[in-house]
Design a protein around this ligand. Structure first.
Ligand code: FAD
Ligand code: N01
Length: 540
């Protein structure tokens, strides 16, 4: 057991924590990163399931802060695979010599603010403590995987895996009967690849999802050249856009054109592939009638792809507007159900009853499997932070403060928790954006804030409660202008029994959000209480 001190303690060595460390070094500060994995990369370290791939084009899903780095790295495909993104993360760690300040295989189990010294004491599973004035939670929005507590699971004789904890050595499905539970983004990527190898694959689907083909392909040299020739200009543009992705938004309502033109637009987007399908028209996420036209188009594609109409019927999504659960992207997902070795079990009305020694029991019938893959998602956005449950000033705990849903100012900090920053916290655009754009914006803002405090002899910062309340209200108000809250999604916390149903990310767009954050900083950190000595006094 050791105790160390630093200026900044950072939890997590994904893209958020890695960049944070680099920035802190740039300020001449001593930072220590604590990471439970054996390596860097976060999401891309853990999610090694077959078919795992990014849905933001590789030319855009990468750091922009280092001109040399973005010029020297070459992506091999339009959408990068998990192994390639992990290689990129390792390349960055090597190039910036990050590892010497990262303690791997170290889980943070506690974080407590000491009011007297105005510092955070962060405890680990090894019994070590790191004390630092600032604590940055770069713990990720999708880093606490969730496996439902199916009765009988401990009796299962075969192997089980969760997509978010995939073994490094991979899984050999050859000759095996495999069950996949879930049909979210992870399952939709994994299913076609597993089906190619397994003797038989049974998919247990509770909610059918909308999925768009990625049309992934090898990197086009001319396209790559176009990006690299003017990378700073393109990056600057991306930062001003709603999702932080340069995409061709058709700035017209779906209802402003006739049916034939709509069909043409959707066909073009379908052929182009990827999430830009949701940019076919400008009102798909706010107007139900417009959304219905896009949803029906995708349903028509599903019907046209699946040879067995009964199977197609089960796969047709009807219970949420398209895009209000995270839109999925795939490579030959629907076609996979035409394979003779693949079957689909609808568990919507007859949920999984038990896991038996040899399989999965649904509606009194046992589906025999040798391997179960849980593609059952994450306790998203809050699960990891509440799991650590920081203790702030005056005995406040994050779990209690967020009991009715997360409460933050700008998704960056929470009242009662001085000097504790979150990277892409709830109440920021985070998961509704190209996450690297949002990570860089948050890290830059936090870094500027710490530099400002140091320049001005300030030792503590905390959001005012009135500013936080107003922000939470604004986040809600923006969400309810859209169709998103109508879906039972993980954005709403609906995938975790008992979790408060609150729309967690900020939907106002990364461009508008950045302007707001910059404005707050320009006004001397408006809405925050900053102080030398005890900063708390006026924060109430
Ligand atoms: P993470 O990458 O989650 O890193 C957080 C790190 O914190 C992890 O390494 C974790 O081990 C560590 N950690 C957490 N708690 C503790 C603790 N208590 N103690 C010690 N360490 C801890 N985003 C996109 O923009 N585009 C995509 O296409 C995309 N695809 C995705 C695909 C999958 C399968 C998943 C799960 C997410 C995807 N995302 C995507 C979101 C992705 O999480 C972000 O893009 C980005 O990688 C997040 O980086 P991060 O550093 O914020 O968090
Ligand atoms: O998790 P999910 P995920 N019985 O929560 C089902 C990112 N990502 O890992 O919808 C039966 O989306 C559940 O059913 P239902 C992306 O942001 C991106 O797939 O709750 N089924 C659902 O089908 C994504 O959104 C990519 O009814 C049960 C599934 O499990 C996020 O990560 C790739 C069940 C969980 O789906 C999470 O995606 C991968 C039960 N008891 C991930 N419990 C890209 O392509 C849950 N389910 C970029």
């Amino acid at each position: 057991m050791t105790s160390s001190t630093a200026d900044v303690v950072i939890v997590g060595a994904g893209f958020g924590g890695m960049y944070m460390l680099h920035k802190m070094r740039g300020l001449g500060l001593r930072a220590i990163v604590l990471e439970r994995a054996t390596g860097v990369g976060g999401t891309w370290y853990w999610n090694r399931y077959p078919g795992a791939r990014c849905d933001v084009e590789s030319m855009q899903y990468s750091y922009s802060f280092d001109p040399q780095l973005q010029q020297e790295w070459n992506w091999s495909e339009r959408f990068a695979s998990q192994p390639e993104i992990l290689s990129y993360a390792n390349h960055v760690a090597d190039r910036l010599d990050l590892r010497r300040d990262i303690r791997f295989e170290t889980s943070v189990t506690s974080a407590a603010y000491d009011e007297a010294s105005q510092s955070w004491m962060v405890g680990t599973d090894g019994g070590d403590t790191v004390t630092a004035r600032f604590c940055v939670m770069a713990t990720g929005c999708l880093s606490t995987s969730r496996q439902p507590d199916f009765p009988g699971l401990s009796n299962f004789k075969g192997k089980t895996y969760h997509t978010g904890h995939w073994p490094h050595e991979g899984v050999d499905f050859t000759g095996k009967r495999v069950g996949v539970i879930g049909t979210g983004s992870s399952a939709i990527q994994a299913i076609p690849v597993i089906a190619e190898q397994a003797a038989h694959l049974t998919v247990f689907q509770r909610t059918p999802n909308f999925s768009i083909p990625t049309r992934n392909k090898a990197m086009d040299g001319a396209y790559e050249g176009w990006w690299k020739k003017d990378y700073p200009k393109h990056r600057n543009l991306a930062r001003t856009l709603r999702a932080g992705v340069i995409t061709n938004l058709n700035d017209m309502s779906a209802l402003s054109v006739d049916a034939a033109e709509r069909q043409r637009v959707y066909e073009d987007r379908w052929a182009l592939g990827g999430t830009s399908f949701m940019a076919s028209f400008n009102d798909l996420s706010v107007n139900k009638a417009s959304n219905d036209t896009a949803a029906e188009f995708v349903r028509s594609k599903i019907r046209a792809t699946i040879t067995d109409p009964a199977v197609a019927e089960i796969l047709l999504p009807h219970n949420h507007p398209i895009g209000t659960k995270r839109i999925c992207v795939d490579s030959h997902y629907y076609e996979t159900y035409n394979r003779p070795n693949v079957s689909l079990v609808d568990v919507r009305n007859s949920p999984i009853e038990t896991i038996t020694a040899d399989g999965v029991m649904v509606a009194g019938r046992e589906y025999p499997v040798d391997i179960i893959v849980f593609a059952t998602g994450f306790d998203a956005m809050t699960g990891t932070l509440v799991g650590i449950n920081p203790h702030g000033r005056d005995g406040a705990t994050l779990a209690e403060e967020w009991e009715a849903g997360p409460r933050t100012y700008l998704g960056l900090m929470s009242a009662q928790f001085p000097n504790l920053f979150m990277i892409t916290g709830p109440g920021s655009p985070s998961v509704l954006s190209n996450m690297i754009v949002s990570i860089e914006q948050h890290v830059d803002w936090v870094s500027d804030c710490i530099a400002y405090m140091n320049r001005n002899g300030l030792t503590a910062i905390e959001p005012r409660r009135d500013a936080q309340d107003a922000w939470v209200e604004h986040v809600n108000e923006m969400a309810f202008r859209t169709l998103y809250p109508t879906a039972n999604s993980w954005y709403m916390g609906a995938n975790i029994p008992g979790k408060p149903q609150v729309f967690m990310p900020y939907i106002g767009g990364v461009g508008a959000y950045r302007v707001k954050c910059d404005d707050v900083a320009a006004k001397g950190y408006e809405g925050f209480e900053l102080g030398a000595g005890q900063a708390r006094a006026a924060a109430e």
